[in-house]
Design a protein. Structure first.
Length: 284
């Protein structure tokens, strides 16, 4: 099968028959990520509005009602199957409900049509969910980590470590986590998750004292992040107030076709550290 034939197969509709779920009356289009809204400019206006509403519903529901979020993602995919954000959303909702085969297909398609490797860790996790950890490791080894953000690289390392544990190889699982981002005395946004993962593998190796030290480091790193950025509840409250800077509603009638879109510059996103974590706090 040629690459073009493979891509056409991946872009086919998810289901032949599907009843579109209802849109909440109070849905605000601003719940949809701006990057996704920009991608929808490649669709005809009526399709763009339809897809935008279902993507926004999927984003609203994924943590509280993942099954219904998945139904909205399916609806979006039936009219916006060539939009990267649509395939990514469908993959994420499928992963959330445990449909690892579908999630793997959608996340792989997202990677092919977008060029992004940000969700490769979930692809590895899907292979684990399908009881194929060796395939996940093979996939991970094909990825150039120098092109990944620090957060994506950390997530991939954690997924690979889990695959090693699935294989009954805790020593290799620990080695997968010993990456440049494992800095015990500096708090990055990904540090608590990475430190906890490292502690879990140390427990598997019965190195309990070291495991406790890394859990303590994770707690200190999380405290530093909370002090710098606020808790999730405080962050949510802040976002509500800043939303009013955006326009009242999107103008779907002004959307253009993909051929008419100009090339847009992309910004490089870096993960900045919060600062050094006081090692003395870890020992307390």
């Amino acid at each position: 099968m040629t690459p073009d034939e493979l891509l056409r197969m991946e872009l086919r509709p998810v289901r032949e028959r599907h009843d579109d779920p209802e849109i909440d009356a109070d849905l605000d289009w601003k719940e949809l990520h701006p990057h996704a809204r920009n991608e929808l400019k490649a669709l005809a206006p009526e399709n763009a509005e339809f897809v935008a509403l279902h993507l926004a519903m999927a984003a609203r529901l994924i943590e509280v009602d993942p099954e219904r979020a998945h139904q909205h993602a399916i609806s979006a995919s039936r009219r916006g199957g060539r939009i990267p954000a649509v395939r990514e959303t469908l993959g994420l909702t499928a992963y959330t409900i445990g449909d690892f085969a579908l999630a793997l297909r959608e996340l792989r398609t997202f990677r092919r049509i977008s060029g992004s490797v940000d969700q490769v860790a979930l692809e590895v996790d899907c292979e684990r969910g399908l009881e194929r950890p060796e395939r996940g490791l093979e996939l991970a080894r094909t990825i150039d980590r120098s092109k990944m953000s620090d957060i994506a690289a950390v997530n991939l390392a954690i997924a690979m470590s889990g695959a090693r544990l699935d294989q009954g190889k805790p020593i290799l699982a620990l080695a997968e986590l010993e990456i440049p981002q494992l800095k015990p005395d500096t708090a990055f946004p990904y540090s608590p998750t990475l430190f906890f993962a490292y502690a879990e593998v140390l427990d598997e190796l019965e190195r309990t004292r070291e495991a406790k030290e890394w859990r303590d480091r994770a707690d200190v790193a999380q405290l530093a992040l909370d002090e710098a950025y606020g808790t999730p509840e405080e962050e949510e409250e802040f976002e509500v107030y800043t939303e009013y800077d955006e326009p009242e509603a999107p103008d779907f009638s002004s959307f253009v076709t993909a051929d008419e879109l100009p090339d847009e510059p992309t910004e490089e996103i870096t993960d900045e550290p919060v600062g050094d974590v006081d090692p003395a706090k870890v020992a307390e």
